[in-house]
Ligand binder design. Structure first.
Ligand code: MEV
Length: 311
């Protein structure tokens, strides 16, 4: 028997930009995926996926999910010829596009294998194994999702494009920040959206260079605002980040609608989070009363919404 947990995450700043070595800021969520492993007679492995999920999510991601399990098992060199692994995924993290569900699954599995076979892996090694799993979801993950899932907390992350160690700094905000996460209900393919951005960048390098330059300054300001707990600055920077995400075409119509609902209901800032073109939107609230108002507004429009505190 073995058990492991992996946290969900939300990207506050820098999804997509992070793939190109620009800094991003993410926060782990309190919700997590769990993996339980039973070792049985036989060979190979089976998966019983009991995670709560957005309708259609598990079906759309089925093959990627199975490949990710295989990648993690192979990376950790677990023998599946002389024993069978019966893996069950569960937990309270709702598997949806944008919440780091794939990374949470990979991290929980790496931790459960570590537990089952007494591998004594450090968090760094768990993170590396989870990253191998993430590759099944798209070829070039930045690594931010599995890093947030493994370490938890609020993180500043920069991918090392030369293949060396990524930069990961834990940030501490002096204030807990109320956030609402709204689910569009649409499952996007990270592989497709990331590949599309790559194509657009190759077609129009100058445009992307300008956007990247603008984003880089924004990310530094966002880090400062978070460290100082300046909530209005954070909100305003989220709005600016959303505009840049629209410019690179990853914020779809439904994301823009959700952002509008949030802003109309007194969110200080709102943006898509994660892959985009569906998935999730996050909205920053000044206090818990407004947080509740925003969550209700999303629900009244027919969208699931979750409240969380970050920082
Ligand atoms: C997905 O949660 C975040 C992306 O930036 C992809 C990645 O960082 O690997 C879209």
């Amino acid at each position: 028997m073995g058990f492991g947990k992996g946290y969900g995450k939300t990207i506050l700043f820098g999804e997509h930009f992070v793939v190109y070595g620009l800094p991003a800021i993410a926060s782990a969520l309190g919700s997590f995926t769990t993996a339980n492993i039973k070792i049985a007679q036989g060979k190979g492995w089976t998966v019983d996926d009991q995670r709560p999920a957005t309708p259609g999510y598990k079906k759309k991601k089925y093959h990627e999910s199975m490949q990710s399990v295989k990648n993690v098992i192979n990376h950790l060199k677990i023998d599946t010829k002389n024993q069978k692994l019966e893996i069950t995924f569960a937990g309270d993290l709702i598997a949806a596009s944008g919440v780091g569900a794939s990374a949470a699954q990979c991290t929980s599995l790496a931790r459960a294998l570590n537990d089952s076979f007494n591998l004594n892996l450090s968090d760094e090694k768990i993170n590396e194994a989870a990253y191998e799993g993430e590759k099944a979801y798209h070829g070039t993950p930045s690594g931010i999702d599995n890093t947030a899932s493994t370490y938890g907390g609020l993180i500043w992350f920069v991918k090392n494009l030369n293949g060396g160690k990524n930069t990961m700094d834990l940030l501490q905000s002096p204030k807990k920040i109320p956030l609402v996460i709204a689910n569009s209900g649409i499952t996007a393919s990270t592989a497709e959206v990331v590949a599309d951005v790559k194509r657009l960048k190759e077609e129009n390098p100058e445009k992307f260079e300008n956007i990247f330059g603008e984003y880089k300054m924004l990310a530094e300001e966002a880090k400062k605002a978070l460290l100082e707990g300046k909530i209005f600055n954070i909100g305003s920077l989220m709005n600016q980040n959303q505009k840049l995400l629209q410019d690179i075409t990853v914020s779809g119509e439904i994301n823009d609608n959700l952002v509008e609902i949030a802003l109309k209901n007194r969110a200080i800032g709102a943006k898509m989070t994660g892959t985009g073109r569906g998935g999730l939107v996050i909205a920053l609230a000044e206090n818990e009363e407004i947080q509740e108002k925003i969550a209700k507004a999303f629900e009244n429009e027919g969208f699931d919404a979750w409240k969380t505190m970050i920082g």
